[in-house]
Design a protein around this ligand. Sequence first.
Ligand code: CA
Length: 360
Amino acid sequence: MTALRSTTPAPLTYGSRTDLGCVRGNNEDTLLVKEPVFAVADGMGGHAAGEIASEIAIQILMEAELTTADPELLKQAVVDANEAIIEGALTGLGKAGMGTTLTAAIIEDNHLLIAQVGDSRAYLLCDGRLRQITRDHSLVEELISAGQITSEEARVHPNRSVITRVLGNEHNTQPDIYELALNSGDRLLVCSDGLSGMLELSDIASLLQAHADPQEAADALVEAARDAGGYDNITVIVVNVVNTEEHVLSKQKRRFRWSIAVFLLVFVLLIASAIGGVFFYAHNAAFLIEENGYVSIYRGLPGDVAGVKLQWLEEETKIKMSDLPPTFAQRVQEGAGFSSVDNAREALEGARKLTDSSQK
Ligand code: CA
């Protein structure tokens, strides 16, 4: 027997318990309580092999790391579990002929997804009414469907433990899939036949309603199955759906906040890259300007950009404004711009030489 728990906070509260019962020598049931997955596997095969089969099924389900109510992913995990049990029997892990049921539920917001093979069951208590969601893969279920026996007769039928579909028996075994919408206040029960075979539906419903706390409900159900004889291992998971609407809303709010944060981050990055671009351009550019009758070479841009001066003095030259041709001097007065400091210097030297040669 293995019990795995998660402490992730969610709009669900849950409790679980697995019990040897009063007759069996070992517990072949394994359960998984790892939100949002809740599963029960009831192993069979004798001499501890059933325990191994149910543990393999739960292990594979856990390794699938299912986080959403995706039917295809869940179905695939069940198919993989089936193959792993067959493989386990072939390689000496467990025994040939070992098998297990698997009833696995995933709750995502108000969506309940269930995959089922065998006779472990899922029930839903909704508005005070308990109804069985899954349909057993068992001989007695087929007899009930054929109208040959009633469900009460099935509980005491000599062939009640004959299962018609099981994991580990043959390749390509597929689960039945059930999908339902949940409402706040609904309660999910997943259990092995050690519970459903010992208690009537009305007794299970009464106990669930008498215990609002899911752990107390799980304990009470196990105790009642033991009191009724406990002929089999008993495994129970009770999940209370606390407030799906509130959860969906808070999830939408979180998504909205994330969108705003991503938008702001992109906006800041764009602004930063724009500033970086202007700075890069300014740092490469150059201009000439008149200072006290002489020409100075500046790196950057004349004037200011959005109130910020992007200019750095490169050189105060000894070239007088009066040494320059009038048209060039006019350009310098206005802050003549160039693509680089070298170009500015070259143009200034060129202009001065032009004046020198005209004076000669
Ligand atoms: Ca059982």
